[in-house]
Write a protein that binds this ligand. Structure first.
Ligand code: GRF
Length: 204
């Protein structure tokens, strides 16, 4: 089976990266995690990658000052150099410009900790509690130039319990992220349609 060479872009902890690496150990998984890039040289995700024998590279945005295009060019060059076919953003905390979103359109996924289109942006768990929702969760979607937007590939939902805090919600949603991302990537690379009825849905 030809496996797609996937790059994962991280900025921090890298637990979703870990879940993707673990899933890709299955012989029938359609992706090989071939490259990990971070804008943050201190990202633990880089160590996670190296420990797994995966090529890992920091491309520090601070080296490019305010020149977002130059930073994204460097990322794009690294992706091409490694013959990457698909990119997964996993806690990558930089806003992307059309330079990357256009070049990787249809081949760049993101995971977001809310049931989009609700709560794009930051502080999603606190905002969900504030809004009084009874269902919360996470979403894997294709990346477009609009932040936390783009066709939804899969979602996982959890119930909000009385007494939940942003921290308890974050922990339960993160468990679902680790299940959802590998499933959604598998489905995406399997080439099946990703309309709302055919996307991955986990509800717990
Ligand atoms: C996750 O909650 C993800 O949904 C969001 O950033 C967080 C990254 O966590 N985009 P990790 O680095 O994968 O542990």
């Amino acid at each position: 089976m030809a496996r797609t060479r996937v790059a994962v872009l991280v900025s921090g902890r890298g637990s979703n990266l870990h879940a993707l690496i673990a899933a890709s150990a299955a012989p029938d998984y359609p992706a090989e995690i071939a490259l990990v890039l971070s804008n943050n040289p201190a990202s633990p995700g880089l160590d996670t990658a190296r420990d797994a024998g995966i090529q890992a590279q920091a491309i520090d945005h601070r080296a490019h000052g305010r020149d977002r295009a130059a930073h994204e060019q460097a990322i794009d060059a690294a992706l091409r150099e490694a013959d990457i076919g698909c990119v997964c953003l996993a806690g990558y905390m930089r806003l992307l410009t059309p330079l990357l979103t256009t070049r990787w359109a249809g081949r760049m996924l993101n995971i977001h900790p809310s049931l989009l289109p609700a709560f794009p942006g930051l502080q999603t768990h606190a905002r969900a509690l504030q809004a009084g929702v009874t269902l919360h969760g996470c979403t894997v979607h294709l990346v477009t130039e609009r932040v936390d937007d783009g066709p939804i590939l899969g979602q996982a939902a959890i119930c909000v319990h009385p007494g939940d805090t942003p921290e308890t919600l974050a922990a339960r949603v993160l468990e679902q992220e680790h299940l959802l991302y590998p499933l959604a990537l598998r489905r995406h690379l399997g080439g099946r349609a990703a309309g709302p009825r055919e996307g991955v849905l986990l509800a717990v």
